[in-house]
Every structure is written in C-alpha cells, then in structure tokens.
Design a protein around this ligand. Sequence first.
Ligand SMILES: *Cc1c(COP(=O)(O)O)cnc(C)c1O
Length: 388
Amino acid sequence: MSTIDKFNNHVMQSYGRYPLVMEQGKNRRCKDENGKEYIDFGSGIGTNSLGYCDDKWADAVCAQVKTLQHSSNYYYTAVQADFAEKLCETAGYENVFFGNSGAEANECAIKLARKYSFDKYGKGRHNIITLVNSFHGRTIATLSATGQDVFHNYFFPFLEGFINAEANNIDDLKAKLDDTVCAVMIEYIQGEGGVNVLDKDYVDALYKLCEEKDVLVIADEVQTGVGRTGKFLAGDNFGKKANITTLAKGIAGGIPMGACLADKKCSGVFTAGTHGSTFGGNPIACAGGLAVLDRVNSDGFLDEVCKKAEYIKSKLEKCSEVAGMSGIGLMIGITLKSKDAHDIAQKALDNGLLVLTAKEKVRLLPPLTITYDELDEGLNILIKVMEG
Ligand SMILES: *Cc1c(COP(=O)(O)O)cnc(C)c1O
C-alpha cells in the first residue's frame, strides 16, 4: 500500500494535503520519496528556521538526545536554564514559561493576563480583546480568541471572554476597551490572516491606551518571532515591547516548543501549581533552541535577513503577475493580479519549489539561512509559474 493510502486510512483527515511524501532534507532543500528535490520557501510553515538538519543544530540536538531526553518539571535541568537565560536576554523579558506549541503558549498568555488582573483587581476584569482576522491557535480557548468567523463552527460552545476589534481602527478599540478588559492580544503581522502588517500609528495608539488603563498587551509572535522579520521580535520594528510575548514555530528549529515571555509586571503572576505542561521545556527542544539562538544572535545575521528580504522584493516587483507585497523581513505576502494562490503553490511544487499561501496571497517564509543562489533558483521557478 502506498504511504498516502496508508496515511489516509489511519491518520484523521483534518488537513488538505498536497500529494507529496517528504523523505529527507538538508539545509534549504528537501526530497520526496521519489527522489524529487525541492527548494523550500516555507520552512515547514516557519518552523525550520535554520533549514533542514543544519549541522550545528543537529549536533546539539543529537548530543542532548544521548545525554538526557526528558525529565519531569519537578526537577531542574541545566539546558532549560541556559535556554531560558539566553532567550530572556535576547528578547528583553524577565522570565518565560515553556510549552510545546503556539496554541499552548497563547493559552499560557491568556491565563497569565487573567490572573494578573484577578490578583490586582479581583473578578470581572477578564475580557481579552483580539483583532478581526487574527489567528491564535486550534484549542478551544485559542479558537475562541481567533477573530475569524470561519473558525467558530462545529465545536460549540466557544469560550466567553474574547471581544473582537477591527485591526487598525483605534476608535473601535477605544469603544471596546472598558473596565471588563484585562488584555489586548495582537499579531504585529497577521500571518494566517493574510500577512497583514499593523499600522505603526495604530500600534502606538494601542499601547498608549493600554498603558493608561493598566491593560496588558499580549503579542502573539508565534510566526513573527525569533528573527523572522529581521529583528529578534517583530515588535522591535515598532519600537514596542508587549507585557507578554508568545513564541513557537521557529524557536527550536523544527522541534515542538512554545514559549510565553513575561515582563516585570507579569513575571511573578504564576505560583507553584497554577500552570504546567509535562513536556514543556523539554531538554531536546531547549538544545535545538540554543542552537537557533546562537545563529540568530551571530554577527550580522539579522541584517542579512533584511537584505535577503529586500532582494526578494526587488526581484518580485518586476514580475507582471505581482499586484503587491506585504510583510516585514522574510515573512512575505504576495498579492496576485489574476491567478489563484493555491494554484500557484501547486504549480511551484510541481516545478520543485515549496511555497505557502495565506488567504488569497502566496506566502513566503524561507529559512533564515537561505543563500542568494537558492533565492535566485527558487524565485526563477516562482516567477515562471506566476507568469506562465
Ligand atoms: C501557527 C500559529 C499559532 C498556532 O501555533 P501551533 O503551534 O499550531 O499551536 C498561533 N498563533 C500564530 C500567530 C500562528 O502563526
């Protein structure tokens, strides 16, 4: 039986998958079961930030696998301490809680914000404002937080306590920010929502409003964090630091990990027994995370991310099918003039290039380590497919 048949017989069919069986990868290229090679402009949806099986990352992960693969969070491990220290230093936060996914990091942020408010103001100040077109995850709480009606189906009842406001509309936020609200949760760049960047003026006004009312800002940087935008956090592009920032996707280079970072205000909110996760802060994931941080923090690395982004945009601008581009750094949304994004993604795949889509756009999240030669090769395929 073929892998695809076996898979579909036994794995729940909750995804629309491309008929591609991925077998192996090295750096920015991967191969399917027939030996066909692909350049990856999607990084497995932003997870493989250093590409496939990067040598130093793989060495660090393998060494950890052979030393201590897991322990209980009732004990300490040096590798979790090392990673937490370096992550907090790099991101500019006080402390961190580790989980295993973006949704779990956001669950942590929601709990943290509500408990911060409960501890200080008591009951009734539990609402969290999220933005229309946001995406925060697939658990019931994070689906409830997600500001897209298409996600609010089947799984009723969804949770109370989330209010949607229109992105880039400060009057709408002002009207909804009453004394039942403990936090506003944003993506600086809505990823799944279509690579939509928030306006700088809106972000400034949002922070000012929240500061005045001691309402926390939660930045969901699950997709935008850890160097993706050419800064360590997307918030750095706006000169802003949220009270709580969540990370996942690329944080450990392709090993499951989520992180919820807290500033001074929120760092003491959780006490023993108030939150937990069996696998959170797993030593293998932390070793992978340390390898990612080493690279992202190395001299000139983030400047290169910015330069590569400019290079991509300068090439795509000349393509007759491109109507516009959005995003920051190596998170790029391409609006097409007449073609269908999913169709382009399928044709790119047929021609040996993996790209993503977001709503009606083609979305690129290439590995941060991609070379100019690989960019040329991939962009030539993409442009040929778009113009074809
Ligand atoms: C992917 C994503 C999530 C969900 O992450 P999972 O690891 O799939 O739970 C949440 N928020 C944003 C912004 C994302 O891009």
